[in-house]
Design a protein around this ligand. Structure first.
Ligand code: MTE
Length: 318
C-alpha cells in the first residue's frame, strides 16, 4: 500500500515516490478531486483469508520493485469486506450494514490524556472541511487495489488529545450494538471489537484516521464514520466504526489476538518472512489477479517504519 499525500503533509511525497510518480499522483488526485484535503491516502489493498493485507504497490517503485497499478472496481472495495459485526462472509457487510445509523456519532476519548471527553466525530473533521469538500466530489473510478482514502493524520489527533507521559498505547473500540449489528449476536469474536497501536506507531506519519474513500464519505461496510488505517500492517489492524479511543500504559488485548493468539499477535506487521501458522505470507494475491505477488516487508514502508521495531524479534512479536 502506498500512501500518497498532499504536499502539506510532513512527509514530502518525493520521499516516498519518484518525482515523476509524484506528478502523476498530483494528476490522479486532481482528477479524483482530492487535492487540497488535509490528507489523501491512496492505498493499495489486497485481501487474504481472515485478514486483508494492505500492499505496497501503486505504479511506482518501492523497495526496488517496479509495480503497475491495477484497476479495482468500486464494487470490490465495497462488497468484499471483513466486518464481522455484520456477518462473517465477505458479502455480508454490504448487505447487512445498509441501515446502520452513523449520524450522529460520538467518540469517547479516555485514559491517559489531558483532554478526555466525548467528541462529535464532525468536530474532528472541521479543520479539514471534509464534509463540504467530499460533498462536491464525484465518485472516482480509482485504480484496482488502490484505494483513495480520505482522512487525517492520526498524529494530529493524538497531539490534540495531549497524551500524558505515561501513555504507551492507543486502543480503538468499535460500537457495541447487537440490535444494529447482527454479527454481535453470536460469539464469533469477543465484542466489542478492539484494536490497538503502540503510541509511536499511532504517531507515525503514515498512520491515519479515515472518514472517506473514493471521494465519498465511508460506506457503512468500510467502517463508517471513522476507522483507522495503518499502511504497513495487515488489514485486521484497521478498527472500523470507532466509538472509543483509550490511551493506556498497558498493552491492550485486541480482538483477533484474543480470539486466536497463536495466529494473530499484537503488532500485525506485514512480514513475508514470518508465515501465518496456516499459510505463507511470502506472497499475496490481489483481488482480480490470478498470479500471486511477493509481499514486501512492512508492505514496502520499511524505510519509514522499520526503526520503530529495531531490536525486536519479529518472529516472536508478530
Ligand atoms: N473492524 C471491526 N469492527 N470488525 C471487523 O470484523 N475486520 C478487520 C478490520 N477491521 C474488522 C474490523 C479485518 S480482518 C480486515 S481485513 C479489515 O477490517 C477489512 O477492511 P475492509 O473491509 O474495509 O477492507
Amino acid at each position: 500500500m502506498l500512501i500518497r499525500r498532499t504536499p502539506d503533509h510532513p512527509i514530502r511525497s518525493s520521499e516516498i515516490t519518484s518525482e515523476s510518480d509524484y506528478e502523476n499522483r498530483r494528476q490522479f488526485l486532481k482528477e479524483a478531486g482530492l487535492l487540497g484535503l488535509g490528507l489523501a491516502g491512496v492505498a493499495a489493498a489486497s485481501r487474504s483469508a481472515g485478514a486483508a493485507a494492505v500492499t505496497a504497490q501503486q505504479g511506482t517503485s518501492i523497495g526496488g520493485a517496479e509495480l503497475k497499478p491495477e484497476l479495482t472496481p468500486w464494487e470490490d472495495v465495497t462488497t468484499y469486506n471483513n466486518f464481522y459485526e455484520f456477518g462473517t462472509s465477505k458479502e455480508d457487510p454490504a448487505e447487512n450494514a445498509k441501515n446502520f445509523k452513523t449520524k450522529p456519532w460520538t467518540v469517547k476519548v479516555e485514559g491517559l490524556v489531558a483532554k478526555p471527553a466525548t467528541y462529535n466525530v464532525d468536530d474532528f473533521l472541521k479543520p479539514y472541511k471534509m464534509e463540504e469538500r467530499i460533498a462536491r466530489h464525484r465518485c472516482v473510478e480509482a485504480w484496482s487495489m488502490v484505494i483513495p482514502w480520505l482522512g487525517f493524520p492520526m498524529a494530529d489527533f493524538v497531539k490534540q488529545m495531549q497524551p500524558l507521559g505515561s501513555a504507551k498505547y492507543v486502543e480503538f473500540t468499535t460500537l457495541l450494538d447487537p440490535k444494529q449489528m447482527p454479527g454481535q449476536r453470536s460469539p464469533v469474536l469477543q465484542w466489542p471489537y478492539v484494536e490497538a497501536l503502540r503510541l509511536d506507531e499511532a504517531m507515525n506519519p503514515l498512520a491515519f484516521l479515515a472518514v472517506g474513500v473514493y471521494g465519498k464519505m465511508l460506506p457503512n461496510q468500510n467502517g463508517a464514520p471513522l476507522r483507522h488505517v495503518v499502511p504497513w500492517k495487515y488489514g485486521f489492524k484497521g478498527c472500523k466504526s470507532i466509538v472509543k479511543i483509550r490511551f493506556t500504559d498497558t498493552m491492550p488485548r485486541t480482538a483477533w489476538n484474543v480470539s486466536n493468539p497463536g495466529e494473530y499477535g499484537f503488532f500485525g506487521n506485514v512480514n513475508p518472512e514470518v508465515d501465518h501458522p496456516r499459510w505463507s505470507q511470502a506472497k499475496e494475491r490481489r483481488i482480480g489477479e490470478f498470479r500471486k505477488r511477493d509481499s514486501l516487508m512492512f508492505n514496502g514502508y520499511a524505510q519509514q517504519v522499520a526503526s520503530m521495531y529495531s531490536g525486536m524479534d519479529l518472529r516472536k512479536l508478530y
